[in-house]
Write a protein that binds this ligand. Structure first.
Ligand SMILES: [Cu+2]
Length: 125
């Protein structure tokens, strides 16, 4: 490759990388694989097994630091406790927590500190 074209190529690649870094977080597809008990009961411990995949190519999320934040959009609040998330493999992650009110909750999922985000809704009795 001639030097000039090489420089132009590198410049284009650098531009691409910068655009990728400044973009919104990538999308995640989050599905509720298993909820125990189902339905969840307000104030009682629940175990949620979530399947998380990349929205763009459908690949399972693996070897990632996943943060789960329960959020009640209707009231604009979450829960007081931090949620510990464990990776089970094959895109499955599990967490135990208690949802403090009946109604619709979002389980907001964040991968690698803001790299990607998604959510799934659960109904609490
Ligand atoms: Cu609420």
């Amino acid at each position: 490759m001639p030097v000039k074209r090489g420089v132009a190529y590198m410049y284009n690649m650098l531009t691409l990388i910068l655009v990728a870094c400044s973009a919104e977080p990538a999308g995640l597809d989050v599905t509720l694989h298993e909820l125990s008990p189902d339905p969840a009961v307000s104030g009682e411990d629940v175990t949620a097994n979530l399947h998380i995949s990349w929205a763009d190519d459908g690949e399972d999320v693996t070897d990632a630091v996943v943060t789960l934040t329960p959020w009640m959009s209707a009231h604009g609040h979450g829960i007081d406790d931090d949620v510990l998330v464990e990776e089970l493999g094959d895109g499955l992650f599990t967490a135990d927590f208690a949802l403090t009110m009946p109604g619709t909750w979002e389980l907001r999922v964040d991968v690698d500190d803001g790299l990607a985000a998604g959510s799934v809704e659960v109904e609490v009795q």
